[in-house]
Write a protein that binds this ligand. Structure first.
Ligand code: FMN
Length: 399
């Protein structure tokens, strides 16, 4: 799975209570395809045993500098990215001053790959000027500090100091591994999920869109270094780490959110399944069964792309999604591309197994100008998102 497949990841685990979460982090990294080397500090090994990580990674875990001579040089050089989670106050202090008195600190001093630090400690330790100065210094070295977050801490306290969640750390590690890409710094917006059009105070007109395809595209754009705004209807899956999330309900709200951002965009991805219709006059109360089936008059819902097209910069790349069925699906999608002046239309077929709404996989065809068509194989939506962006990359233009 991109970008971890075939990559060497170094995971350092220092002596904090959050070390229990690092086992989950190790599992996620291995599942993502990384070859994972774990180094525990002596303190770290008091919280989680090497056996846990050996079982999860299938590789030896390093504890002591003196066990296998020059392992620190080999591991430090081999890493494509290094993660320290949890990074204790003590470890931050050592790294900030270049101390190398154990296996982890020595290996990190050898490592020239990106280093991610996930601090975790009591909020008082975090607030201490020494820790703050160390964090500033480490950022100046180019290290990436992920978190810490606000939340429950040990001893029943709450505050800043909670280690970032494993999924968040994996997302940042993915972004670091991706490095510089042609998407770096581009301003992008992705719409995702269904919309909900009210009929009465409790009932809505909606559709089966899960949000997965749009979320996968937003995640992939963010990982490639783009600035991503994710305008999402009420999706049924959790949003990705990274993109700035703006939640909306109706086509009208989605229109407003996209219009606000449009003049600044380098790329717009219209993935949301926006309702084509809305109730002409939603009732304030609730339709009652006793009154019999209501007559609901529908009207066209706002056309999001139609209403923002003019506001987009001329260089902006515009990608639309079309869900079509029947023998003329390609013709209809191509007509949509031409009429709407899209850079590319992504065609999903309504009745195809493993494709379209609600499912975790997709099979799409990309239609470009000049009758160019690319058929992608059925794959998880995350892989489809990557393939779509790979095909769009040569068409990118900056203002
Ligand atoms: C029960 C317990 C919990 C601790 N939790 C943390 C913690 O969450 N964050 C932290 O920075 N230090 C914590 N410490 C202190 C570190 O373990 C201590 O500073 C140690 O020297 C860190 O060593 P290391 O950075 O080499 O792993 C804790 C200590 C104990 C005994």
């Amino acid at each position: 799975m991109r970008p971890f497949a075939g990559k060497r990841v170094l995971l350092g685990v220092a002596g904090g209570i959050a070390a229990y979460k690092s086992a989950e982090l190790a599992r996620l990294l291995v599942d993502a395809g990384a070859t994972l080397d774990v180094v525990l500090t002596e303190g770290g090994s008091r919280f989680v045993t090497p056996t846990t990580f050996e079982a999860l990674t299938g590789r030896p875990v390093r504890l002591s500098l003196w066990e296998r001579p020059l392992d620190h040089v080999e591991l430090g050089k081999a890493a494509d990215v290094a993660i320290v989670a949890p990074a204790t106050a003590d470890l931050l202090a050592k790294l900030a001053t270049g101390q190398a008195d154990d296996m982890l600190t020595t290996t990190l001093l050898v490592c020239t790959a990106p280093v991610l630090l996930a601090p975790a400690m009591n909020f008082r330790m975090l607030e201490h000027p020494a820790t703050q100065r160390n964090l500033t210094r480490l950022r100046e070295f180019g290290h990436i500090v992920v978190g810490p977050e606000y939340g429950a801490l040990a001893e029943g306290e709450a505050g800043w100091g909670r280690m970032a969640e494993p999924e968040t750390i994996v997302a940042y590690a993915g972004r670091a591994l991706e490095g510089r890409t042609p998407w770096n710094g581009l301003r992008t917006l992705v719409t995702a999920g269904p919309t909900r059009e009210p009929i009465d105070a409790v009932r809505v007109l909606t559709n089966r869109s899960s949000g997965r395809m749009g979320y996968a595209l937003a995640a992939s754009l963010w990982r490639r270094g783009a600035a991503v705004e994710l305008v999402s209807g009420p999706a049924s899956v959790p949003p990705p780490v990274g993109p700035a999330l703006r939640r909306v309900e109706t086509a009208e709200e989605m229109c407003r959110a996209v219009s606000r951002a449009a003049p600044e965009l380098d790329a717009l991805f219209m993935v949301a399944a926006v309702s084509d219709f809305q109730a002409r006059s939603p009732v304030a109360g609730k339709f009652r069964r006793a009154d019999g089936p209501p007559r609901i008059e529908l009207e066209a819902a706002p056309d999001v792309l139609g209403s923002v097209r003019e506001a987009l910069p001329t260089h902006a790349l515009v990608v639309g999604f079309a869900l079509e069925d029947g023998d003329d699906a390609v013709d209809r999608a191509e007509a949509k591309r031409r009429e709407r002046n899209l850079t590319c239309v992504v065609l999903n077929r309504l009745s195809e197994e493993g494709a379209g709404m609600e499912v975790e996989t997709n099979r799409v065809a990309l239609l470009f100008a000049g009758d160019r068509r690319v058929d992608l194989p059925t794959a998880p939506k995350t892989d489809v998102a990557d393939a779509i962006l790979d095909h769009l990359e040569p068409l990118l233009r900056r203002d």
